[in-house]
Design a protein around this ligand. Sequence first.
Ligand SMILES: Cc1cc2nc3c(=O)[nH]c(=O)nc-3n(C[C@H](O)[C@H](O)[C@H](O)COP(=O)(O)OP(=O)(O)OC[C@H]3O[C@@H](n4cnc5c(N)ncnc54)[C@H](O)[C@@H]3O)c2cc1C
Length: 348
Amino acid sequence: MQAKIQTSQILNLPEFDYQTPASKKDAVGLLFSSGGDAIISAGGTDLIPNMKNGTIKPKALISLSRLSPEKESITADGALRLDALSTLSDIAESPLIKLKVPTLANAAFHVGGQQIRNRATLGGNLCQDTRCLYLNQSHGFQFVDACYKRGGDCCYPYPAEKRVCRSVFMSDTAPVLISLGAQLVILSNSGEKGVDINDFYTGDGLKPLKLGSAEMISAILIPPESQKMQCHFVKATPRGGLEFAMVSVAIALKIDGPDKKCGKARIAVGSINTSPLRAFKAEQEIVGHNLNEAIAAEVARKVADEVKALPHHGYSKGYLKQLVEVHTKRSLTAMIYPKEPLTHETSD
Ligand SMILES: Cc1cc2nc3c(=O)[nH]c(=O)nc-3n(C[C@H](O)[C@H](O)[C@H](O)COP(=O)(O)OP(=O)(O)OC[C@H]3O[C@@H](n4cnc5c(N)ncnc54)[C@H](O)[C@@H]3O)c2cc1C
């Protein structure tokens, strides 16, 4: 029997104004003059589905489609500068990025599929909206009231909590850039400012980014010392391809001498909470130690205890905690005993 489709169930885009500025400066000017009614569209691979599902309802799109990204380069003080408009295919294929920060190239390569990566931008990946089983679908199919994130007055996964949204932030590149100590260059009408990526995510599913309505990410800077650290990224997915992560772990370590003494560590875990999480305490535990398998196991346990997983997309809190521990241990072990320059692993 054929199901009858109501108009509210069809994923049509609502009406909106559409502008294509000729520069980033013009784009933030248009955002400013819209008074918060407009939103940037870069690749549109996250935004357009969200508009079709009715979770984002901007009056106008400021499309960056006319703008070409600047090529990645090394600045005078040795930082690697990436244009936020670079596509994930650009990032994944760039010889300079593969040489300097191969984990970023690998994380970009494991976002979605090739068609998505050809359109999706690095800035859009860092600013994508949070996800929840109850959110990322047409509202017409739910036959229920709108949740807080849709502007309603309830939360389905956490019914007892008031005005809290625990939708999960699932960018693959964000944990890697956190592990690399990246700085974001934020552009607005009043010029550029630098923001540490650690301070960019709010942890509030309702408004996950510390970004004003007339601001955009213009570029990303990776400091020279991070380019010399050993790095590793794991994206755990059930099938291994074209999927959002259950958990991702990004680690950067400075490992010195034959004793493998750890001089510096950054450990970030993605896709388990409303923002990427940094394991600050576990990082302190590992610094100063000569690295070996026992340390890897101990630190992995500490990371799993420190970062709090929210159950999401059918994965329980306990399962996610276990995944964090297992993948952190495997990553650390691979970094301590590298068989070859190891930067990325997908797992199933
Ligand atoms: C089938 C499918 C699979 C996917 N798989 C993955 C995956 O495995 N991993 C993953 O991380 N993501 C995944 N995504 C989500 C999304 O495609 C990516 O995150 C993508 O990188 C978003 O980039 P975009 O340029 O298309 O962003 P857009 O859709 O254009 O924008 C997304 C959001 O970011 C804002 N924005 C865009 N650029 C900027 C900027 N420079 N400054 C400030 N705000 C900005 C927009 O206003 C919007 O709110 C998937 C999406 C689809 C449809």
